[in-house]
Design a binder for this molecule. Structure first.
Ligand SMILES: *[C@@H]1O[C@H](CO)[C@@H](O)[C@H](O)[C@H]1NC(C)=O
Length: 398
């Protein structure tokens, strides 16, 4: 009986079924689309891909800008099956980011399956919608950031790294056309990584050596140095790749990610890269734990965020603040520490790099502002622009 059913169930039946399912799917999709609450203007979506098809041929940001021109300050798009409202005016945005417990928008970004698959939903702070875990992580994140020792350390490291970078610029000579975006991304990448883990990842040195060897077609380093830099470069690139990949998990739903040509291959590579990156981050946490365990009690510990996380609520605690809230009294797990480091790195690279580039761009367009800035530096640094900037200087700079 069963066998006859199956054998009589031919290709044409499968096609009919597929057609029926497609019609149901498409009807359902547009039914929901046309009956949505508070409809806003925006591009017409297609089933499965939503608005993502329109993005083809644009950069993501350029695409959003072009939609802004067409639809105004508030419009909607559908990405990865989610209806998103795009706000293009500061006062609309301000209303959403009020730091109040009464805000209607406490969840800034719903956790989609894409974010879960890419590994950053539910950890850290920025994409953590579990209130209890968010509160716990935020406590230690803020605490690690606000210790004055970390701030002194960060300023020392910034001076050091900037000098290193300048010496490379000098070596490259007058004729070298400097790509500021590239350098600043490397700079912030190395800086935020050092602050959050205490580890120097050599992002700047790697970039410099890449430029030198591609210019001269030869390699000035010995094998061991090469090996070390290669290792660093892979790591820095994996961070960059991870960040660039976010958009795939934001824009496309699981079906597209797993089935569409090109996208499928790219997503596979991104997930492999994610595993490599996460592995290395977890290793950094583990190695630092061992280092701390092996440091005699009378020896002070380095001040970086990782050390602050690991020692929080342990006998080696480098934080002065003691918790009152019972939920905040336990030490952090490796996963929680990892999440906070990932957040710092994701939040502190592109943002800071673009910020520096925008400042420089704007200063070049407003010479009178540049002049005033210059005067302020001269006053605070007492006409010595080569000496390291101190914590005190920063306080004085308006
Ligand atoms: C500088 O680097 C950025 C980022 O990698 C790249 O998009 C841009 O095209 C580069 N600019 C030049 C002039 O090479």
């Amino acid at each position: 009986m069963i066998t006859t059913t199956i054998s009589s169930f031919g290709i044409s039946d499968i096609i009919s079924l597929l057609i029926v399912f497609s019609i149901i799917y498409v009807t359902r999709f547009y039914y929901h689309y046309f009956t949505r609450h508070n409809p806003l203007p925006g591009p017409f979506p297609l089933p499965i891909v939503g608005s993502a098809y329109q993005q083809i041929g644009y950069g993501f940001n350029d695409w959003l800008l072009s939609l802004h021109k067409k639809y105004g300050d508030m419009y909607e798009i559908i990405l990865a099956g989610q209806r998103l409202i795009v706000l293009c005016k500061p006062d609309l945005i301000e209303n959403m980011i009020l730091p109040s417990t009464k805000t209607k928008y406490s969840i800034r970004q719903p956790n989609t399956e894409g974010f879960v698959e890419y590994g950053f939903a539910g950890v850290g702070i920025a994409f953590n919608n579990d209130h209890k875990s968010w509160k716990y992580n935020r406590q230690f994140f803020t605490q690690a950031l606000s210790t004055s020792n970390l701030n002194y350390q960060a300023i020392e490291w910034t001076n050091e790294l900037w000098n290193e970078m300048e010496s490379y610029w000098n070596n490259l000579g007058e004729d070298y056309e400097l790509n500021l975006t590239k350098w600043m991304h490397r700079f912030t990448n190395e800086m935020i990584f050092r602050i959050s883990t205490g580890v120097k990842n050599d992002a700047i040195t790697c970039y410099y050596n890449m430029l030198i060897s591609s210019n001269n077609n030869k390699n000035l380093l010995n094998e061991k140095e090469n090996e070390k830099l290669k290792n660093s470069e892979n790591f820095v690139e994996s961070l960059e790749t991870y960040m660039e990949g976010l958009i795939y998990f934001y824009t496309f739903n699981k079906f597209i990610r797993n089935n569409f040509p090109f996208i499928r291959g790219k997503v596979k590579k991104l997930l492999k890269n994610k595993d490599y990156l996460f592995d290395r981050l977890y290793n950094i946490v583990k190695e630092r734990r061992i280092e701390i365990e092996n440091t005699p009690l009378d020896q002070p510990l380095r001040h970086d965020m990782l050390t602050s996380y690991i020692t929080a609520n342990t006998p080696r605690d480098i934080n002065v603040v003691k918790q009152a809230d019972a939920d905040l009294l336990r030490p952090m797990t490796d996963k929680e520490i990892f999440g906070n480091i990932l957040d710092a790195v994701l939040g502190g690279t592109d943002t800071a790099a673009n910020f520096i580039c925008f400042i420089i761009y704007s200063l070049e367009h407003y010479p009178e502002v540049k002049q005033r800035l210059r005067q302020e530096f001269d006053r605070v640094l007492e006409n010595d622009l080569t000496r390291p900037i101190t914590y005190k200087d920063l306080d004085k700079l308006e």
